[in-house]
Write a protein that binds this ligand. Structure first.
Ligand SMILES: C[S@@+](CC[C@H](N)C(=O)[O-])C[C@H]1O[C@@H](n2cnc3c(N)ncnc32)[C@H](O)[C@@H]1O
Length: 311
């Protein structure tokens, strides 16, 4: 009798427990099933359960924007002075022959071309990133290169197009208002990619270098010029050029945005570019001329190459 009572109690408890579990299952199913739609479970058919597949190749993560709106506003404000050799871009006009001497000889060495021929850069596709009014793009075209100039400031591009259109040799330069990262998205490639005096004005220098690298063909060349974050640069490129000589509007450069040569080499290396050549630009206040030098304490330029197997 006692045993029968015990059995009944046990059966009742089992029935209650299975009822409880059934209800719980239904609640879980109703709540979570929508989240699991399309998910295949092991119990759906163990024999046909798919074997682990190799992970699909992830698309490259989008490059972040290099645009720094405050910096761009400074250039937009003085865009109509690009070709005034006594205006705010005077230092770039004065520096142009010296930096072209470096570019010409370094590119000819790299691409095994004759630097003494009339058109030593003939056959090379070059992009001039942050071209401004085109004061570098034009002589590159005269040296025989096929040039694309890009700048994020629309006014700069308009000035560049107007000026280049005055000479049939430079009138076929392709000028676009865009960014390096947009050209990467479009899948554009160039033998030589150059960004002269631009990196100190962009939002993310390391990401910017990745875009420059992505635009460069394997075995191609990437050239960057900028200002060293040194005390000498603070004294000359900011205090003297902006406050004493008034060559540039005050606030053109932020000392903290400058990169040291070591930092530039490192971020280029991380982008797959190996720096092979470096030179300094030195200004002689007596002659008013710039010359190439081993002194990289203020202005410097690098040429890096993208290795063959980096894609
Ligand atoms: C100091 S100027 C140098 C112009 C030219 N590279 C030269 O050396 O003669 C810097 C130029 O970079 C452009 N710039 C700045 N940030 C940029 C970016 N993220 N993408 C494209 N152009 C940019 C500015 O509009 C400006 O024309």
């Amino acid at each position: 009798m006692r045993n029968q009572k015990k059995k009944k109690k046990k059966l009742k408890a089992t029935a209650m427990a299975s009822n409880y579990l059934r209800n719980l299952n239904r609640i879980i199913h109703d709540r979570f099933q929508p989240l699991l739609n399309g998910t295949r479970f092991f119990s759906d058919g163990a024999s046909s359960f798919p074997q682990p597949q190799p992970k699909p190749k992830q698309p490259p993560s989008p490059l972040s924007s290099s645009l720094n709106v405050n910096e761009l506003a400074k250039f937009a404000a003085i865009a109509d002075t690009w070709w005034d050799s006594e205006g705010p871009f005077k230092p770039l006009h004065l520096m142009n022959p010296t930096r072209l001497a470096f570019i010409r000889s370094a590119l000819c060495r790299h691409f095994k071309k004759d630097p003494y021929s009339a058109k030593p850069l003939e056959g090379l596709k070059i992009v001039d990133v942050g071209c401004g009014g085109g004061i570098l793009s034009e002589p590159l075209a005269r040296l025989g290169a096929t040039v694309t100039g890009l700048d994020a400031v629309e006014k700069n591009i308009k000035i560049a197009q107007l000026h280049a259109g005055l000479d049939p040799v430079t009138s076929n330069i392709e000028f676009c208002c865009t960014t390096a990262e947009k050209l990467v998205e479009e899948g554009r490639k160039f033998d030589a990619v150059m960004a002269l005096e631009v990196i100190e004005h962009v939002a993310e220098p390391a990401e910017f270098c990745k875009s420059l690298a992505a635009l460069t063909v394997p075995n191609g060349a990437t050239l960057i010029s900028t200002i060293n974050r040194s005390m000498r640069a603070y004294a000359t490129a900011i205090v003297a050029a902006e406050y004493i000589l008034r060559w540039l509007p005050r606030g053109t450069h932020q000392w903290s945005s400058f990169l040291t040569p070591e930092e530039l080499v490192l971020i280029l290396q991380r982008a797959g570019i190996h720096v092979e050549e470096m030179a300094g630009f030195v200004y002689n206040p007596v002659t008013g001329r710039w010359s190439l030098s081993d002194d990289i304490s203020v202005n410097f330029i690098t040429l890096g190459t993208k290795s063959n197997n980096t894609e």
